[in-house]
Design a protein around this ligand. Sequence first.
Ligand code: SAM
Length: 306
Amino acid sequence: MGRTSKDKRDVYYRLAKENGWRARSAFKLLQLNEEFQLFQGVTRAVDLCAAPGSWSQVLSQKIGSPQGSGHVVAVDLQAMAPLPGVLQIQGDITQLSTAKEIIRHFEGCPADLVVCDGAPDVTGLHDVDEYMQAQLLLAALNIATHVLKPGGCFVAKIFRGRDVTLLYSQLRVFFSNVLCAKPRSSRNSSIEAFAVCQGYDPPEGFLPDLTKPLLDHSYDPDLNQLDGPTRIIVPFVACGDLSSYDSDRSYPLDLEDGSEYKYMPPTQPPISPPYQEACMLKKKGRLAKEIRSQDCPISTVNTLLQ
Ligand code: SAM
């Protein structure tokens, strides 16, 4: 595969490099903002699951008061290259210690916006992936309940799976307006969308409590089958200019203005990705190879699987 093939296959990947964004995800946040004016009046924001940092780049450029730039706290499991004006925390957002560290930065001065583009490592087992994604969203929501100002906004990646209705109901407990948005740069072939929750308004008497995180350890399949009046259907909004690039299409490399295509390297390669060791082993030819069943007799496969 040539180094330009990804540019051809994924126009947003290419545009991200051309515009200096660390990841194509930047366009998702920009398109969500076009629809919902998320950054209006925002001076303090939290970017959960932020690496490699394109949402933090967007936030640090778009928020702030006329007197000065905004305050962005970015959190991820993975180390992220520094960004001017962005305070970084490396940690797991489902862990109490990380939640406490984030909250510490907003004591006495709450955030206007909390965003979470978190995605677990997908397994391909849809139910497991959806469950993990939901847990990440609930961990983010739990943090948001501690740091958001009344009326604040929460935006989080959501998988539109079978049980998404339960998540919408949980979000509706805390926000006056919840809807599901699909930016143009998010592939139609992906179940990914974004819950846009505006007007933070927790129930009267609600006290954010870190000792009872919203993580659902006692999964109740009956509760997940919300139907009848308990079923919440939230509006679905497609956003971003619908005449702009289609993320499911391949585009030719020639630029529309007639200028010659020039390959550009990624803006900021990951500084310590989890696959680093595998890349090194592969270079040295020491990475274990997958054994396909047609390559060896059944008896050998069985032995290898034991
Ligand atoms: N919004 C980012 C950007 O624009 O560059 C891209 C985020 S990427 C799609 C998803 C990120 O979620 C990964 O960097 C991953 O490390 C992070 N993540 C997944 N689970 C996490 C967890 N439990 N705590 C913190 N970060 C997590």
